[in-house]
Design a protein around this ligand. Sequence first.
Ligand SMILES: N[C@@H](CCC(=O)N[C@@H](CS)C(=O)NCC(=O)O)C(=O)O
Length: 335
Amino acid sequence: MKTLTLAALTMSALATTGYASTLETVQQRGRLICGASQGTVGFGAPDSDGYWRGLDVEICRAVAVAVLGDKDAVDFVPLSGQQRIPALQTGEIDILPRTLTWTLQRDGNGINFTAPTYYEYTGFMVPAELGITRVEDMDGAAVCVQTGSTTEVVVADVSANLGLDLEPVVFDNTSATRQAFFSGRCDALITDAAALASVRATQSDNPDDYVIFPATPYMDALTPAVRHGDDQWMDIVTWSIEALKTAELLGITSENIDSFADSDDARIRRFLGTESGNGAALGLADDFAANIISELGNYGEMFERNLGMDSPLQLERGANALYRDGGLMFPLTFQ
Ligand SMILES: N[C@@H](CCC(=O)N[C@@H](CS)C(=O)NCC(=O)O)C(=O)O
């Protein structure tokens, strides 16, 4: 009896908050609402035509293909570090990629993390003329940092652990933080190392004037999140991301996908949906993964286009290579 009452209460809470079916909401709306960056080329930024590009942006496009059949049926909402999680919790957005580190307290406080899309260090960027190339040399440095990010904690931890007396100079949005650094208000800028590589490549007068090095010995997992309370939606986002990684593992790209249509490999047939079951388990069409890859390519293609050698950032795959190539990306099993 007690269980029934609790279950009924939970159901009615879900119904009134609208968390019960994000899939239905998105399909009725015909648009996916994606929490985006305030402008980091490679992860999320509009190009000169106003078209949003970047790894995080393409994760949202992949989910839009899975649930709406259209990679362009996405509205992007630029959010600061501090705005991003409340925007997800309140239902303003359906999904939050935006260089979001998976942490215990975020996980426990109303959001669910799906599948990692990028592994990396938090880094410092400093002007090369300061001659600083490692954290130990940063004694007394002023560090431009954005609120609502894990980097605030890193500054405090590194300062205390190494006795560095770092001075955090705190801003509440991305452009103010970067402007303050470039105008000389701080000695260093702290954020995810790949975002620093992006800032250096696209926003500095001369990239050679800046050095980037890890702020801690620990890596983070940047991972798109969804709200608590909608398991189906979490599964849909998780498996849309997994589709990108698994396609790379199976050797399926946007270019060659059609050549797999008659594949004898049951694993490939299940992945493409020519053998049914996977889509139905998520409430999607059986060919949802095939559609994602046709439209956007696999994880490796996405990486190269946005962050790798085909991008201004010129980043190596490194930890973001598949496990079989020595990296940490581990595609899950489509069956
Ligand atoms: N991954 C870290 C930091 C991510 C982050 O929000 N960084 C801030 C600056 S510290 C930012 O605006 N990054 C640029 C971006 O995400 O576009 C986190 O989840 O807190």
